[in-house]
Ligand binder design. Structure first.
Ligand code: 13P
Length: 340
């Protein structure tokens, strides 16, 4: 247990955060396609190689989340990615869910799969050197959803996964994502997020998960993408932190947000506002575990071209540094090149 606690604390120490680079093959290909990047094993390998090799990444990133394919890959010179990460002082984590399927008899709702054989897979990842794991549940908001059964089924699966991780010596990152799709208001997202988190912690307690040895990866509380309501950065910050204060026990060492499709700059600004406004009132570290909000600008610059790698690495480091600053409440829009 002491190992789990110290790893969980390390992941949120020194104002650092996580870089999620665990896109499944279909998701990674979907991000490559519009940029004309070949959808091949080697293009994905090359992409992950230059991300991991970005000089100074460890100054703002404590851990990266990989997918199974990346976990087993090497740099062009034959160095395993896991060794490159260890040399850089970055902890490796692994996405262990098998993605989502339609929840039977519940149109429009999803359940995450991957519990069968999970104990054996976790043992292998632990032997390979992983220190933490991630499982994502998705909750959609609609006219009469989410249903109670969807909330309970997903919370139960997250808790079963988390308990298995701790048994294997891996820190579970528990990710219940309330999706931004739809025209729901900020307040509706708040209600659903609070309900989701209440269910998740009931199930985590029921499965005897040690809260001190896990991290929570939630969505920020935001209006749906098609909602006409405009909300200020401070309103999102206040609503999100208040919801978390109501639902997340103080024993949890850290909360690491997903970005969920917000722009990279917006995600940094909101995280910064939360840390500025609630600095002294929060019992947990409030950090980030972004995928798109760190990778997307860099991916667009790279475009699959070797000649663009250095510029892409700079863009990636910039986003990592902006979020590192946001944890300290020191991010400002003026840090963005578009604002200077
Ligand atoms: P985004 O930050 O792009 O939402 O991804 C986070 C993640 O890990 C999704 O599972």
């Amino acid at each position: 247990m002491e190992n789990l606690i110290s790893t969980a604390r390390k992941l949120v120490a020194d104002h650092k955060g996580l870089l999620a680079m665990d896109e499944s093959t279909p998701t990674c290909n979907r991000r490559f396609a519009p940029l004309g990047i070949p959808q091949t094993v080697d293009a994905r390998r090359a992409y992950r190689e230059w991300i991991i090799a970005s000089p100074g990444l460890a100054e703002s990133i404590s851990g990266v989340i990989l997918c199974d394919e990346t976990m087993r890959q090497q740099r062009k010179d034959g160095t395993p990615f896991l060794k490159a990460l260890a040399d850089a002082g970055i902890l490796p984590g692994i996405k262990v869910d098998n993605g989502t399927k339609e929840l039977a008899t519940h149109p429009g709702e999803k359940i995450t799969e991957g519990l069968d054989g999970l104990r054996e897979r976790l043992a292998e990842y632990s032997r390979m050197g992983a220190r933490f794991a991630k499982w994502r549940a998705v909750i959609a908001i609609g006219e009469s959803i989410p249903s109670r059964s969807c909330l309970e089924a997903n919370a139960h699966a997250l808790a079963r996964y988390a308990a298995l991780c701790q048994e294997a010596g891996l820190v579970p990152i528990v990710e219940p994502e309330v999706l931004m799709d739809g025209n729901h208001t900020l307040d509706r997202c708040r209600q659903v997020t609070e309900e989701v988190l209440r269910n998740v912690f009931i199930q985590l307690n029921c499965q005897r998960v040690h809260l001190e040895g896990m991290l929570l990866k939630p969505n920020m509380v935001v209006p749906g993408l098609d909602c006409l309501e405009k909300v200020a950065v401070e309103e999102v910050a206040d609503t999100t932190v208040r919801s978390l204060l109501r639902t997340v026990p103080a024993a949890v060492p850290g909360i690491v947000f997903l970005s969920g499709g917000q722009s990279a700059e917006m995600a940094s600004a909101r995280l910064n506002s939360m840390n500025t406004r609630f600095h002294v009132r929060m019992p947990w570290a409030l950090s980030f575990s972004f995928a798109r909000a760190i990778q997307q600008p860099a991916l667009e610059i790279w475009g699959g071209e070797e000649a663009h790698v250095v510029a892409a690495q700079q863009a990636l480091l910039h986003r990592a540094r902006c979020n590192h600053a946001a944890r300290r409440g020191e991010y400002a829009a003026e840090m963005e090149p578009s604002k200077t």
